[in-house]
Design a protein around this ligand. Structure first.
Ligand code: MOS
Length: 689
């Protein structure tokens, strides 16, 4: 990227603190629900208490009699909506109940307390139907979706994996399962809707303001320019805010009906039903190899669930398609539609559960071949993308494994499982590879020269807590050749035009490309304002396989009697192109790794088959790590120069931290105890039984 003439110290790479940090710690930074508006009313949702069937009666009388109640909305009286690919958004359009916890009605009232009180007074009678809520092997409803997210082939085959497996000297054939888990962003999903002359403005906790404006325009049958979505600050998302959630539609319907601005926020408990979760998976992995650990065949079959409202087909086996060299390969996905909430995006959807299974199986293969697990991976390093046959733009997995091993202290590891003891603790270490694609999508940016050499840059990026606003400020500063404090970065408004979602680890790469282009065009023009789009640049990207890589290392201690697992040390070594901000990047890595540890050991949404609902609905029963659970977690990265990505040379970093962590921990637990747990989470009962 071009630097302006005055730049002595590039901003990119520096560990800059968040430019909005002061606003955030003083409480000046406004989140969607906090926008002050005159005459606001509050909506509270009424949710289904059966898992399948129909609403027979809506009795709103008692609720309407309460003070301050403005309206009770249900399928009987709500406005008709247009279209949505996501059936979860078509609120109050039919009496059908698709899952327990679905929003079926709502109260709008003068106060939040009044709305919630009245919501509990709305009486719904049902005509229930039998429900089917449990993913299980051999379910007769499994089908082959047409594609998996976002647009990968459902199945992929090269050569004859079955034949190669039958002929292989060493075979690992194991089934791994992962549990349903729920995103729990600190900021619950919240929306504030205002209608002015038939145009909708929505302050929303959303990862993509521009995309949301397009989706909601279809739902409300409006021209796209008549919907404005604003998301200046968002308190975490992890994918669950990647697309509008039902509370956005609820706020907008309610505001239209009562003709006042309306705020709608989900309670923590409602989040467990309405914002999506990571699908549970059943995964069979088969690896066939020579005795010296050369893979001949890789097969990976994933079974997962979706809802009856929307097909969400997680791309669980796609990472297996590009990780290791093997001439014969097979990857498949099968789905069953259950009477459950729709699964959705959750940090590294696909790669995260898929790599847990693949990287556990690789550990099992290393043991079967009597090889070091790092050497096994190095031996199966492909020259080109093994499925597509095209070169990688850069691939530094081996460097991450080697450098990570050095820093972690892997060299003298005794591979024998279950032999290291420190008092009552069994001690072990494990390793796993990590990867995540380097995506980029079209974005539009405007750069403007103001007074005294100050610049404003506008783009509909969203900072969900990652530090995106700061990274973009650094990128703009270098492109303009000024200090970061001379750049004002305006983000989070769909009015700034098309922009990538803060998801798929593509935000900074996509937005940054547009920011650089706008700044360079402004410098060339020398004055005024310039708006650019990167849609043609993205289309023109050459045929290369673009991915980030990493190596995860874990040390665990397992109580020999109780099975309690502690993780004294987690270390991740990553290769992610150029790092834009050393401080916020490290936070992304160790945040992802902590979330991976959480998946390995703690998080589990437990399905209650009788009631047809996840029964742990709050942070008392749904376990996430407390500070004391997170001991030494650290991340580092190698210098990686990849000129084939974008003007910054960066790859995404939001998701790779979670990929491979659970496998590294499970592999370490095996090393410590000799017990292979193939079902997450690694609970005490699974270790001591
Ligand atoms: Mo991420 S699950 O792509 O927001």
């Amino acid at each position: 990227m071009t630097l302006g003439p005055d730049t002595l110290t590039p901003a990119v790479g520096a560990p800059l603190s968040r430019v909005e940090g002061r606003e955030k710690v003083t409480g000046d930074a406004r989140y969607a629900y906090e926008e002050p508006v005159e005459g606001v009313a509050y909506a509270a949702a009424v949710t289904a208490t059966i898992a399948a069937g129909e609403i027979a009666v809506v009795d709103a009388e008692a609720a309407l009699a309460l003070p301050g109640v403005l309206a009770v909305l249900s399928h009987e009286n709500a406005p008709r909506l247009g279209e949505a690919d996501d059936g979860e958004l078509l609120l109050f359009q039919s009496p059908r109940v698709a899952y327990r916890g679905q929003i079926l009605a709502a109260v709008v009232a003068e106060t939040l307390e009044g709305a919630r009180d009245a919501a509990s007074a709305v009486r719904l009678e049902y005509a229930p139907a039998p429900h089917d809520v449990e993913l299980r092997a051999g379910h007769p409803g499994f089908y082959k979706p047409e594609k998996v997210n976002p647009s990968f082939p459902t199945d992929a085959a090269t050569g004859d994996a079955e034949a190669a497996l039958s002929a292989a000297a060493v075979v690992v054939d194991e089934t791994y399962t992962t549990q349903p888990i729920h995103n729990n962003a600190m900021e619950p999903h919240a929306s504030l809707a205002l209608w002015e002359g038939g145009r909708l403005t929505l302050y929303d906790s959303i990862q993509g303001a521009w995309g949301a404006s397009r989706t909601l325009a279809k739902v409300f049958e409006l021209p796209p320019e008549d919907v404005r979505v604003i998301a200046r600050h968002v308190g975490g998302g992890f994918g669950s805010k990647g697309t509008p959630r039902p509370q956005a539609v609820l706020a907008a319907i309610a505001a239209r009906v009562v003709q006042r601005p309306v705020k709608a926020a989900l309670t923590r408990q409602q989040m467990f039903a309405t914002v999506g979760y990571r699908t549970p998976t059943i995964q069979r992995v088969r690896l066939g190899a020579t005795r010296d650990g050369r893979l001949r065949a890789i097969a990976h079959d994933a079974f997962e669930q979706t809802s009856t409202l929307r097909e969400f087909a997680e791309q669980t086996t796609v990472a297996t398609r590009m990780m290791y060299a093997a001439p014969d390969r097979l990857t498949t996905h099968r789905l069953v539609a259950l009477d459950v909430p729709t699964p959705s995006w959750m940090r590294a959807p696909g790669e995260c559960p898929g790599m847990y299974a693949l990287e556990s199986a690789m550990d099992e293969l290393a043991i079967a071949c009597d090889m070091d697990p790092i050497e096994l991976r190095v031996r199966n390093e492909p020259d080109v993308d093994p499925e597509k046959g095209i070169p990688f733009s850069s691939r530094n997995l081996v460097a991450c494994l080697r450098e990570g091993a050095e820093r972690f202290g892997w060299a003298d590891r005794d591979p024998t499982p279950g032999v290291r003891r420190d008092g009552r603790w069994l001690v072990g270490t494990g390793v796993a590879s990590s990867t995540y694609p380097a995506y980029r999508s079209p974005s539009k940016a405007t750069a403007r020269l103001g007074d005294e050499g100050r610049f404003t840059v506008e783009i509909a990026a969203v900072d969900i807590g990652t530090g995106a606003r700061t990274a973009l400020t650094q990128i703009a500063a270098d492109a303009l050749g000024v200090d970061p404090d001379q750049v004002r970065m305006e983000i989070g408004d769909s009015r700034f035009g098309q922009a990538a979602v803060a998801g798929g680890s593509m935000g900074t790469a996509s937005w940054g490309s547009a920011v650089v282009k706008a700044c360079e065009a402004l410098l060339a023009q020398g004055e005024g304002e310039v708006t650019v789009s990167t849609s043609e640049d993205v289309k023109a990207q050459a045929q290369l396989s673009r991915h980030a890589f990493g190596a995860q290392f874990a040390e665990v201690r397992v109580d020999a009697d109780s099975g309690e697992v502690r993780v004294p040390r987690l270390f991740g070594m990553f290769a992610v192109g150029r790092v834009i901000n050393a401080k916020t990047a490290r936070s992304q890595f160790i945040g992802g790794m902590t979330m991976g540890m959480s998946m390995a050991l703690l998080e589990e949404s437990v399905m209650d088959g009788e009631f047809g609902d996840y029964l742990n609905h709050d942070l008392a029963q749904y376990h996430v790590p407390a500070s004391a659970d997170v001991q030494d977690v650290d991340a580092a990265w190698i210098e990686e120069d990849d000129g084939e990505l974008n003007p910054m040379g960066s790859k995404g970093i939001g998701e790779i931290g979670i990929v491979g962590t659970a496998a590294a921990i499970a592999n370490a637990v095996h090393h410590a105890t000799g017990k292979r747990v193939r079902d997450l989470p690694i609970r005490l009962d699974r270790l001591v039984s």
